[in-house]
Design a protein around this ligand. Sequence first.
Ligand code: AP5
Length: 214
Amino acid sequence: MSKIIVLIGAPGAGKGTQARLLEERLGISQISTGDMFREMKNADTPLAREVQAIMSAGKLVSDDLTFQIVQDRTSREDCKETFILDGFPRTAVQAEMLERLASVQKKEITAILVDVPLDHLMKRLTGRRKCKSCGELYNIYFKPPKNDNVCDFHPETKLEHRADDYEDKVNVRLAVYEEETKPLLTYYEQSKRLKKVNGEGELEEIYSELEKLV
Ligand code: AP5
């Protein structure tokens, strides 16, 4: 049976980094709700402006809107078989919505926690930079680009510093994770669908642990 692989973890745990590697190397589509919301940045509509304001403050977008974009995106051809969700579900209501979607799509849910202690996350987030052209992720502390503030593959592109990656916003996001998302670990554990990888080591070590579970 095809699966929906849910990557769960605190902001900055490395979900996006690992989901991109799984997609590149195993060809499994990865769907990031955060990336999809960020893509709305260029649309000048009241809804897009509202979403940007919520994200910049580090808070969560409404469950209904989030589910709508997940439902639309996962109805495409590249999600017919197994796919990875990065950043969804994030609340108990979203977890229930996903159960219904999985049942309609006839897929099993497997949740994988990318586990990193909260006190390791601040540098990962405040140091994160991203190339607007190819999406390559850097970190000024752990994975700096060869030349300051430009992508290794697109030297003409300045790296982006996310509005919610400043310390005050990171604190809000970590608190939201503790309150809204962490309880989902118990939810998946109780139904024996939770697996864990240690998200503290080197990228490749974490990847090979994750690949075995996927
Ligand atoms: P989203 O984009 O999903 O943000 P997040 O969950 O806070 O996760 P991040 O993208 O910050 O971290 P990540 O775990 O992917 O880490 P990454 O690989 O980048 O969501 C943003 C916003 O959108 C939310 O706040 C909300 O407003 C909205 N939203 C999204 N989904 C929603 C939903 N379901 N419901 C409602 N609202 C929603 O890595 C981080 C950094 O660490 C990088 O610099 C990377 O290079 C570095 N790094 C990664 N792995 C390692 C390692 N092993 N060692 C050292 N450094 C590492």
